[in-house]
Design a protein around this ligand. Structure first.
Ligand SMILES: Cc1ncc(COP(=O)(O)O)c(C=O)c1O
Length: 453
């Protein structure tokens, strides 16, 4: 992606030689050498050997301030002492009992205490499994087929919901390689923040359920308006459509009880993962008891949804999850992460203005998005959303060359940023923020000298 003559690429190559060698090995093991699409990076990704607090250390010994935070799972930072102790203790006691255990109840009870919609809970192994389960429950209970989702909302990679998750968004053509047209025809994807489109789809399609990221697609890249969330709740109740909040990212991040607690809007079901399991693998569906009853033997629906799963309620994930949820329950750690992101958004916008760089930083809670090629009005406060929140302008395919150069340069300057976006943790300090702003400044200078900005 980077031009061969690029100064950015030369600096990256010279700093991360050991990573280049590991990538060569990875290439003969994994497609593209990687184990997650988002970790793919030209000319090679960096390899990390350890992490602590807000930082990761590469195999070369370079320290990176981390804004991926475990794909959003590590709001407490890497290696929070309570989580480490809980997992070590559990490791010695046993990692899999093939049996019920007390810790799974304690984990589930914490979810019930924190998440307003959680009358009942069922654990899964990932967020993808959780959204898959929520859809199947909704279909079983309503005996309807269609599912409504919103353009640009990501709910994992399974067949039923991956269509319409990624730009370009070609209305009425959500084809996704490997997913059958039959599956796609059961999905109706509509623009976010448009209650008229929702009501029309409810009337015409009679869907089983409607699922969304309650803070907006791709964790707030296109923010959801609060009044839309309230209107959606009302429409779901009016038309008997099951409302599912996918709180895999927003859960325990936006507030201890997630977006539903923050906005006071209660969905029928909620999907959780990431922070839920304290940085270990794990997910959950929770919601109204009557709906979760679909998984129970001899249930009121007269038919049971099958749900095995080797790692459901795994003791290690339960130990990490309990420790993490305890550390987040009073809201203080989450507020620290939100404050760090607010500060960083402001400092970055000052930097962009000072350097006359046509970029803007925006976002809500502890999430930060950078929009390049932005020539509109500058933000006057932290609530600023560019392009009045229109998804066509906020969520499109940005120049791949610029995106790669930006990320590569930022890593060379000591910051690991998730594409154009980043998340903060409770342990991102003032000095992390100072260093991040300096790294962005250097990165912009290098992009200018490589002719990319
Ligand atoms: C909102 C949302 N839902 C579901 C998922 C899928 O979760 P997992 O990666 O645990 O399968 C993700 C993952 O990033 C997500 O952001």
């Amino acid at each position: 992606m980077l031009a061969k003559s690029s100064g950015i690429e030369a600096a990256y190559r010279s700093k991360f030689g050991e990573s280049a060698r590991l990538f060569e090995r990875g290439l003969s093991v994994f497609p593209n050498g990687v184990t997650h699409d988002a970790r793919y990076l030209q000319p090679f990704p960096v390899y990390v050997k350890e992490a602590a607090g807000s930082r990761k250390t590469t195999v070369e010994g370079e320290s990176l301030i981390d804004y991926w935070v475990g794909h959003g799972a590590l709001i407490l930072g890497h290696g929070h002492p309570d989580v480490v102790t809980a997992v070590q203790r559990q490791m010695a006691r046993g990692t899999h009992f093939s049996a019920c255990h007390e810790l799974e109840i304690e984990w589930g009870e914490r979810v019930q205490r924190l998440v307003p919609s959680a009358e009942r809970v069922r654990f899964t192994s990932s967020g993808t499994e959780a959204t898959l389960m929520a859809l199947r429950i909704a279909r079983l209970v309503t005996e309807r087929t269609k599912v409504i989702k919103f353009i640009g909302h990501f709910h994992g990679w399974h067949d039923l919901l991956v269509p319409a998750a990624y730009a370009p968004y070609t209305i009425d053509d959500w084809s996704m390689p490997g997913v059958t047209p039959g599956v796609i025809s059961d999905l109706v994807a509509i623009p976010p923040n448009d209650l008229q489109a929702v009501e029309q789809a409810f009337r015409e399609q009679q869907p089983a359920c409607c699922i969304l990221e309650p803070t907006g697609g791709h964790w707030g890249l296109v923010p959801i308006q609060e009044e839309f969330l309230r209107g959606l709740r009302d429409l779901c109740s009016k038309y008997g459509v099951i409302l599912i909040f996918d709180e895999v990212i927003s859960g325990f991040r936006v507030a201890p009880g997630g977006a539903q607690a923050h906005y006071g809007v209660k969905p029928d079901m909620t999907t959780l993962a990431k922070i839920l399991a304290g940085g270990l693998p794990g997910g959950a569906v929770c919601g109204r008891a009557e709906l979760l009853d679909a998984i129970a033997f001899g249930n009121r629906h007269g038919k049971k949804m099958k749900h095995p799963g080797t790692f459901n309620g795994n003791p290690l994930s339960a130990a990490a999850g309990c420790a993490a949820l305890d550390a987040l329950a009073d809201g203080i750690a989450g507020s620290r992460a939100i404050e760090a992101a607010r500060q960083l958004r402001g400092r970055l916008n000052d930097l962009f203005a000072q350097k006359s760089t046509p970029w803007v930083a925006y976002g809500e809670f502890s999430m930060i998005h950078i929009l390049p090629e932005y020539h509109g009005p500058r933000p006057t406060d932290d609530g600023f959303i560019p392009h009045a929140g229109k998804y066509e302008q906020l969520d499109n395919e940005q120049s791949a060359a610029l995106k790669h150069a930006f990320r590569t340069a930022l890593i060379t300057n000591g910051v690991d940023w998730f594409g154009w976006s980043g998340m903060t943790s409770a342990v991102h300090s003032d000095s992390d923020i100072d260093e991040t702003v300096t790294a962005f400044g250097r990165t912009i200078d290098q992009l200018v000298s490589d002719g990319l900005v």
